[in-house]
Design a protein around this ligand. Structure first.
Ligand code: 0L1
Ligand code: MG
Length: 242
């Protein structure tokens, strides 16, 4: 177990941010250790997420690739209380996989995605001031901190460019389109498969895939009610603990 994984895990549990790591580390190995600690405590792996799916965010960070994080059942906003540090929320489209995906070829086969839902992701960097490098944010499980998923619908690949409105306390705070996710959110399955295969991770049948943010993230404060509505798909919502 690396010291960085232990420190990130403690930051998650206590809600106290840590400084940027100065030591050398292998980012996805630290992420695996971090998730391993959660699984050891009885959490269940339910899927994966993509980060840096918008060109603007990659440019801002000076990086040219996406990042992959892992999701557990306990990260669902409906699974109980937790400590956040400086949480933000972003609207996402969510896919449900219909087959085991161990390669890009698997992701391109019919039935790779069987259902789609509107979703919200809470990101909460465990680093001070929400500042990180590409390597350190991968180690920090891509800032994944929570998610809410609305009702699933049968996947229709022809309906991919959909309007998105995110509201906080009844006020629209972000308006956008799912086309902002990789230029076409359908690409998310192949990209997730590519990154997962590169670290030896298999995306099991029945996994959730948070495809990426459709708009910039918004800061979250205690007690806030967040709702996203995606054209044709319906809504997902949650309330932050006060
Ligand atoms: O889900 C995301 O796109 C976030 C990726 C990590 C970067 C951040 O915390 O903003
Ligand atoms: Mg996200």
């Amino acid at each position: 177990m690396t010291d960085l994984a232990a420190r990130l895990d403690e930051a998650c549990r206590t809600g106290v941010a840590i400084p940027q790591p100065v030591d050398d580390f292998e980012p996805y190995e630290v992420q695996s250790e971090l998730i391993g600690l959660r699984l050891d405590r009885g959490e269940r792996l339910v899927g994966v997420k993509l980060g840096f799916t918008s060109e603007g965010k990659r440019r801002q960070m000076g990086v040219d690739d996406l990042i992959l994080g892992r999701l557990t059942d306990a990260m669902s906003v409906h699974s109980g209380s937790r400590r956040y540090i400086h949480p933000r929320v972003e609207p996402e489209i969510v896919y449900l996989t219909g087959r085991r995906i161990a390669s890009v070829t698997d992701a391109q086969r019919p039935g790779a995605v069987v259902a789609v839902a509107p979703g919200l992701e809470i990101i909460d960097s465990r680093y001070e001031n929400f500042r990180f490098s590409l390597e350190s944010v991968i180690a920090d499980n891509t800032s994944a901190a929570g998610y809410a998923i609305g009702p699933w619908r049968t996947y229709d690949p022809t309906r991919w460019n959909l309007g998105v409105v995110m509201e906080i306390d009844g006020r629209a705070v972000q308006i956008g389109s799912t086309a902002a996710i990789l230029g076409d959110p359908r690409r998310a399955v192949v990209e997730a498969a590519r990154l997962a295969a590169s670290i030896g991770l298999v995306i099991e049948e029945g996994s959730v895939l948070l495809a990426g943010a459709a708009t910039p993230a918004e800061p979250l404060r205690p007690g806030a009610h967040v709702r996203v509505e995606i054209q044709d798909l319906g809504e997902a919502a949650f309330r932050m603990e006060a």
